[in-house]
Structure formats: structure tokens, C-alpha cells
Design a protein around this ligand. Structure first.
Ligand SMILES: [Fe+2]
Length: 454
């Protein structure tokens, strides 16, 4: 699997699609007006890129499928990681201007790209605040808000940065310091300024698309009808009741039929009480409904959060702990903001103290990681995707993208300990996808189809 070339993987993906379409290579060749030997070459990965491309193009024309699904991502990582050096980041520098109090367009932000890959769900930026203010007042006319954006934003602060945000027309502000963090839900207007004309004031902003971003193409196709997916949040059981109504429609179950199923499950709840009304559903009710609808209890649960749409975390030395264990002290971790709303979005700072380069005490995570050296000292990075061990030095302002399950360990390069900002988010494989995948009998044919379905 490890050594498969890009064309072999694309060939396997074409075979998987042909299986879904219930075509063998002869049927595929006939439908695409190609020679069966050509199809076999493409599936085995021995055809040219042009021929492979031609097969994908014809499949997209002949069958009602999404041909972009067959165009796999060429791996742009180096054994599972991708580094962007400080110099490369600096070369992407661009200045954004926004109006000041006099209506003049003056420099507001300097943006720089940092490490990301085709595979990574995030587009992290280094953003320096160029607008200097002398207060923390969101009504200050030098503060210019944006309109909010589609991506979630996880932000770490370095230096004296003011953070402003708007919820339902009301504006808020907070003074932030190095190591503080915040999380913004999509489409919430926000902005940042500096409180100092001399000190470095910047944010490390990890913007990323969650599951909704991944569903974007389908949502664009559905347009206004996508609104029917929104769950009711008006009461404690409102979300669950929306889901029950949806399951009834999806399976063409009538209220009378649900009543009969509920009685069979031993419930006292009525179907009308399950789909409407103000009465909250008890845990027992939800169990009965799950039984009656043939779903699991988890499928009917809708979490209610007290979090605001923008949340802020001020860092404190009291939160610090040694990692990976108190008895194996390689670095000091300080958690950044966590919200139950986004269980697959985690961040922390790491103060690297160990001289030990051993990978065994390093990080391994199911999430995609973005790491930025925001301090003044270099650190040694060792990593392995399972095929061997690699090393490099990560200098200040270098950044790194790490694929899931690539083990990576940091240690002191020379001199003082380094300070890293680490933000991790899920890609396509989390939550429901992970649960579904875990019921498959084997992973090998999921990641690379190798045979006809019969
Ligand atoms: Fe933003």
C-alpha cells in the first residue's frame, strides 16, 4: 500500500467506481468505446497519465457520476509532513488596507501563508496587526470589522492584540496576550488590532472547513431546499423532535404506525407527543423512539450548547502540565480553547524542554495538525509515517503540516526551549465516518480496491 504510485491509486479508485457501477473491465471498455486492454492498464496503474485522464473524462460523460471523485489528490507531503520555511512564508506577504477614522484606506493587516497541504482541511495564516489603537473599544472608528466568513476560525494570539467580534448586531472586545486563543463560528464579523506601535502583535489564524464545508457542493446543488436540514433549537427536545419527524418522512411511517410501534416497545409516549408539543422527551422516551424507528439512541440526540458563537480563552500558567507523562517530561503543554461544539478541533501550546529525540514519546493524533514555531528558538523535529525515521530543524516562524497518525516528536535543537503553537482539526474521517468505517470487515480494500466485486 505504502509504495503504490499515484497512477496505481487512481487505477484502484477507478476499479472501485466500476464495481459500484457493476461493470467489469470489458463492460467498462464497451461503454467508453475503448479497448479492454487499455482499461486493464489504467486499473493496474501502468497506463500513461493521459490515458488515465481520458478514461476518467469518458466515465464522467457516460455515467451520471462525479468524475472529480476519481481524480485523487497527488500527495504533496514528504513522508506525511509538509514544512513551510519562514523565508517562504515571508515571500507570500501581502498588506490589506482598511478605512481608518478619517475614511482613508490605510494598512490594517499583513498576511503570510504558512504550511498547508492539498490534504489538510485548514488554510492557516500568520496575520500581523498593523492598525494600532490606544483603547479596547469596539466602537473606536479605527477598528474595521469584516463581514464574517464561511470557515471556522481557531486563533492563537502573540503579543498585545485586541480581538473584536459581533453577535446579533452587538459588538464586543477583549485584550489578548501571548498564548490566549479564541474560536469563531462561521459568518461572525470580527477584527483584530494592535495595542503597541513597537511590539510584535500578531495572530496565528487557523481557518478550516468542517463537515458543512465538505458538503458544500451538494448544498449548492440543493439551494434553498437545504434549509429543511436545519434542526429546530427552540426547546430542550426540539432538535430530537425535528429528527423524529425527518425519520418518519424518510421511512414513510405514519403517526398511527409510530403509535403502534411505541406501544409494542412498551412506551406510554404518543406519536403526537414525539413529533410536537412542548413536553420534553425523557431518556426513556428516546430509547423507546429509537426502538420504534430502528435507529440508535445516539441518532436521536441533539446536543444543546451554552457556548456563545465566539469564545475566548485566556491562558494561565496554572493550566500547564508535562507531556507525555509527569515521569517523562519532554514538553509543557498549555491547552488552548476547547468547545464541545467542535470535538475534533483541539489546540495547545508546547514549550519544548527535552534534549531527547526519541519518537516513542512524541505526538500521534487522529487529527490533521498544524504547528507554528512562534518563539525565538529552533527545535528539532523527528517524524515517521511508519516507513522510516526523518529529522529536520524547525526554526522560528517555520510551520509544519502533519498528516493523521504520523508520529512526530520535538526536542531542543540548541540553546533555549522552543515554543510551538499546535492546532489540530479533523479531516473527512471523524465522527459518523469513523463509526461507519469501523464496521467494515477490512481496511485494505477501502484504501485501495484490488479486485472485481464478484
Ligand atoms: Fe477571520
Amino acid at each position: 500500500m505504502k509504495d503504490a504510485t499515484y497512477l496505481q491509486l487512481v487505477g484502484a479508485r477507478i476499479l472501485s467506481e466500476a464495481n459500484d457501477l457493476k461493470r467489469d473491465s470489458h463492460a467498462l471498455a464497451a461503454d467508453l468505446s475503448l479497448d479492454p486492454a487499455t482499461i486493464d492498464d489504467v486499473i493496474s496503474g501502468s497506463a500513461t497519465p493521459e490515458t488515465t485522464d481520458e478514461v476518467i473524462r469518458r466515465m464522467g460523460e457516460v455515467y451520471p457520476i462525479d468524475e472529480t471523485d476519481l481524480r485523487l489528490l497527488p500527495d504533496d507531503c514528504d513522508d506525511g509532513i509538509k514544512i513551510m520555511r519562514a523565508k517562504e512564508s515571508r515571500a507570500t506577504s501581502r498588506i490589506f488596507r482598511r478605512s481608518d477614522r478619517n475614511g482613508n484606506l490605510e494598512p490594517y493587516y499583513e498576511y503570510r501563508d504558512t504550511a498547508f497541504s492539498r490534504l489538510s482541511p485548514f488554510r492557516p495564516e500568520w496575520i500581523r496587526e498593523l492598525r494600532v489603537v490606544s483603547d479596547c473599544d469596539p466602537a473606536n472608528p479605527d477598528v474595521a470589522f469584516n463581514h464574517g466568513h464561511f470557515l471556522h476560525q481557531y486563533t492563537m494570539y502573540v503579543g498585545p492584540v485586541n480581538h473584536y467580534w459581533e453577535i446579533d448586531g452587538r459588538r464586543y472586545a477583549a485584550e489578548m496576550h501571548t498564548g490566549d486563543s479564541s474560536y469563531h463560528t462561521p459568518f461572525r464579523p470580527h477584527t483584530f488590532t494592535s495595542r503597541s506601535a513597537t511590539e510584535r502583535a500578531l495572530i496565528l489564524a487557523v481557518t478550516f472547513g468542517g463537515n458543512v464545508r465538505r458538503a458544500q457542493r451538494e448544498l449548492y446543488a440543493l439551494g434553498a431546499r437545504a434549509e429543511h436540514y436545519l434542526l429546530d433549537h427552540a426547546g430542550p427536545s426540539a432538535g430530537t423532535k425535528s429528527l423524529i419527524r425527518q425519520y418518519l418522512h424518510d421511512a414513510a411511517i405514519t403517526l398511527e404506525q409510530l403509535d403502534a410501534e411505541l406501544r409494542r416497545a412498551g412506551a406510554t409516549l404518543t406519536a403526537r407527543g414525539a413529533v410536537g408539543g412542548d413536553r420534553p422527551l425523557s431518556a426513556r422516551d428516546v430509547e423507546h423512539l429509537a426502538m420504534a424507528l430502528g435507529v440508535s439512541v445516539r441518532d436521536l440526540q441533539v446536543a444543546v450548547f451554552d457556548d456563545s458563537e465566539v469564545i475566548v480563552e485566556h491562558t494561565s500558567p496554572d493550566d500547564e502540565y508535562p507531556y507525555p507523562a509527569a515521569t517523562d517530561h519532554r514538553c509543557l503543554i498549555r491547552p488552548m480553547i476547547r468547545t464541545a461544539k467542535m470535538p475534533a478541533m483541539r489546540g495547545f501550546t508546547a514549550h519544548i524542554t527535552t534534549p531527547d529525540t526519541n519518537l516513542a514519546g512524541g505526538f500521534t493524533t487522529s487529527l490533521h495538525s498544524w504547528i507554528y514555531n512562534y518563539g525565538h528558538h529552533a527545535t528539532r523535529l523527528c517524524w515517521s509515517d511508519g516507513s522510516g525515521e526523518r529529522q529536520t530543524v524547525i526554526e522560528p516562524d517555520d510551520s509544519v503540516y502533519v498528516q493523521p497518525f504520523v508520529t512526530h516528536a520535538f526536542s531542543r535543537a540548541e540553546g533555549e526551549p522552543a515554543d510551538l503553537c499546535v492546532v489540530r482539526v479533523a479531516g473527512h474521517v471523524s465522527g459518523d465516518t469513523q463509526r461507519e468505517l469501523s464496521h467494515f470487515p477490512s481496511i485494505s480494500r477501502v484504501v485501495r480496491e484490488d479486485r472485481r466485486w464478484y
